[in-house]
Ligand binder design. Structure first.
Ligand SMILES: Nc1ncnc2c1ncn2[C@@H]1O[C@H](COP(=O)(O)OP(=O)(O)OP(=O)(O)O)[C@@H](O)[C@H]1O
Ligand SMILES: [Mg+2]
Length: 195
């Protein structure tokens, strides 16, 4: 039986595809087999894999396009299935949280970002263990401190590991990433502890 991890945030650009690909890579480094399902019609995860193939450095896991219909009949053959989802599509989030064993909500701190992150958590958390992953995090900023405090006050589960804001992390699309450079090794360990 595959363990299924949904990566969701209704907010666009929150870091979903980045989190999907780095968690997937780290799981393979830990010796697990992984499939990524790309439910985003923008095809960001699929394009990442295609570029890696074309460059002769294929990713250590398969990326497959998926939608509501194919998701229903999906039978994972790998240890883990990670689902990358589009922004602003509550239907996909709903479908994913119903079948996932855990949900990761990458969330950049900041007033503008917070509303859709809360909406996402409110949809997911009643149905499945849901963990906010603070991504693009600047420890010195007030937004970061305020957002962390709000999460903790509302009792929203979150990763202890935070992913720093990093320009190089914004440039790794199409490559085999090195998850430990941004704390995704520790984040993956945390995820494995709750699965
Ligand atoms: N920690 C980070 N620091 C700096 N840039 C980041 C970080 N994480 C992601 N990015 C960059 O931010 C942009 C958005 O990230 P990503 O594509 O992972 O978000 P997304 O939630 O999948 O977006 P979408 O909603 O469009 O699918 C990308 O250019 C990515 O490279
Ligand atoms: Mg994406």
């Amino acid at each position: 039986m595959t363990k299924t991890i949904g990566v969701v945030n209704l907010k666009g650009g929150a870091g979903k595809t980045t989190a999907t690909m780095l968690l997937a890579t780290q799981l393979t480094l830990f010796g697990h087999t992984v499939t990524v399902l790309d439910m985003d019609s923008q095809g960001s995860a699929s394009n990442w894999a295609r570029i890696a193939d074309e460059d002769g450095t294929p990713l250590p896991f398969e990326v497959m396009a998926a939608n509501h219909v194919t998701l229903r009949s999906y039978k994972g053959k790998t240890d883990f299935t990670i689902i990358d989802t589009p922004p602003t599509d509550p239907g996909v989030v709903d479908a994913v949280v119903r079948i996932a064993d855990a949900v990761v909500v990458p969330a950049p701190p900041g007033d503008m970002d917070a509303d859709r992150t809360w909406d996402t958590v409110n949809v997911a958390a009643p149905l499945v263990p849901t963990y906010v992953l603070l991504a693009r995090f600047d420890r010195r900023s007030n937004d970061a401190r305020d957002f962390t405090k709000q999460l903790d006050e509302k009792g929203v589960a979150r990763f202890e590991t935070v992913i720093p804001a990093s320009l190089p992390l914004g440039r790794i699309r199409g490559t085999i990433p090195k998850p430990h450079l941004w704390g995704y090794d520790a984040a993956t360990t945390e995820l494995l502890e709750v699965l």
